[in-house]
Design a protein around this ligand. Structure first.
Ligand code: ADP
Ligand code: MG
Length: 368
């Protein structure tokens, strides 16, 4: 069992038992792409792949972290140096830094979330560490505060300009449900999906493509959103209306804004559909999101479009590019009976994508 593996790895490394084992899941974002930095809504759910952290406090002021991921080396450093952690250790050590820990820790990681595959292994790792620290030290921090610690670790120690969706999903989601997250107020609502009951499966199809323009392209899209909000005289595009956007002069800001405003509406449409017991109708909304991300936000690439087309052609009810864009993964809603053919169709593409089925699962928890 996964918990036992974390305990055994901890014993082998440190010759004693951990004080506890904590796990946190990866996530997908069902819908609400590029709405987060416009203060809108997102609808992620936690997936059935988790990162386990066996943890114990130390008597000295040293922090030791190790992972069974083959691409990593153990790292040890003083509490005073947490902010200077680099490489993989920046994620767990940065989380300790963000929580302001003042004592030593031993952390041993057993990961089951694939790295860099669109499932946010980074947030899973940060969230498991944050929960471990809060629970073992009895600190009274709510889960939003823990999510914020993970985000700060990633922003300030890792140096990645991510939002808070991934950590919030990993810490706050419930089994079978997605999390409707208002990125302005941080208000959350559980949204029961009913996919399994309706005979529906979700596939995440990793294109294994990442174009060089990803970082610059992302900054450029954000700038377009800011320009559109300014032109419209609203604090953020979340406050814009479609008729107002349609009145903007032709150009990139108008297209970016049209994506954000219609995507924001699609998030609420999906919530309405699953709450009305019509989850299969979510499929076409995903495909509409893809068209908007491709044509208005302009973050898709031919390899990803080919995956969406192959999935829908083989029976997916809908599919869209997920994440920042310029490569990355596709999320597809598929009747359970069509999972085989859809997977097969995707695997026929070159470069060959990796297909994974995911199910909405519980957020971070103590396992031992
Ligand atoms: P993802 O989409 O999976 O979050 P990122 O590039 O944001 O991709 O984060 C992946 C990085 O997080 C890895 O390269 C590694 O540094 C770190 N990481 C995630 N999970 C683990 C793990 N189980 N063990 C060690 N490092 C991990
Ligand atoms: Mg990540």
């Amino acid at each position: 069992m996964s918990t036992d593996r974390a305990v055994e790895a901890f014993r082998a490394a440190h010759g004693r038992d951990p004080e506890g084992v904590f796990s946190a899941p990866g996530r997908v974002n069902l819908i609400g792409e590029h709405t987060d930095h416009n203060e809108g809504h997102v609808l992620p759910f936690a997936v059935d792949r988790r990162t386990y952290v066996a943890a114990a406090r130390r008597d000295d002021d040293r922090v030791a972290v190790r992972s069974d991921d083959p691409g990593t080396e153990p790292v040890e450093l003083a509490v005073a140096d947490l902010a200077s952690a680099t490489g993989w250790s920046a994620y767990p050590v940065g989380t300790l830094w963000a929580l302001g820990v003042g004592q030593g820790w031993d952390l041993v990681v057993h990961g089951e979330v694939p790295l860099g595959a669109g499932l946010s292994s980074s947030a899973a790792l940060e969230s498991a560490v944050a929960l471990a620290v809060a629970e073992l030290t009895g600190r009274d921090l709510d889960r939003v505060a823990l999510a914020e610690a993970g985000r700060r670790a990633e922003n300030e120690v890792v140096g990645a300009p991510v939002g808070i969706m991934d950590q919030a999903a990993s810490l706050l989601c419930r089994e079978g449900s997605a999390l409707l997250l208002d990125c302005r107020s941080m208000a959350t609502e559980d949204v029961a999906l009913g996919f399994e009951e309706a005979g529906l499966a979700v596939l995440v199809i990793d294109s294994r493509v990442r174009h060089d323009l990803a970082d610059g392209g992302y900054a450029d899209r954000r700038a377009g959103c800011v320009a559109a909000a300014e032109a419209l005289g609203v604090p953020a595009l979340r406050d814009a209306t479609l008729p107002a956007v349609e009145n903007l002069p032709e150009g990139a800001p108008k297209k970016r804004a049209r994506h954000v405003v219609t995507e924001q509406a699609r998030v609420h449409e999906v919530v309405g559909l699953v709450r009305a017991g019509r989850p299969e109708e979510v499929g076409p909304v995903l495909s509409a999101s893809h068209a908007s991300l491709r044509d208005d936000y302009e973050v898709s690439v031919p390899e990803v479009d080919a995956i969406v087309d192959a999935a829908v052609g083989a029976g997916a009810l809908g599919a869209r590019i997920m994440g920042g864009g310029f490569g990355g993964s596709v999320i597809a809603l598929v009747p359970s009976t069509r999972v085989g053919p859809v997977s097969e169709a995707c695997r026929g593409l070159r470069p060959e994508p990796t297909v994974r089925e995911v199910a909405p699962s519980a957020g971070a928890r103590r396992d031992a």
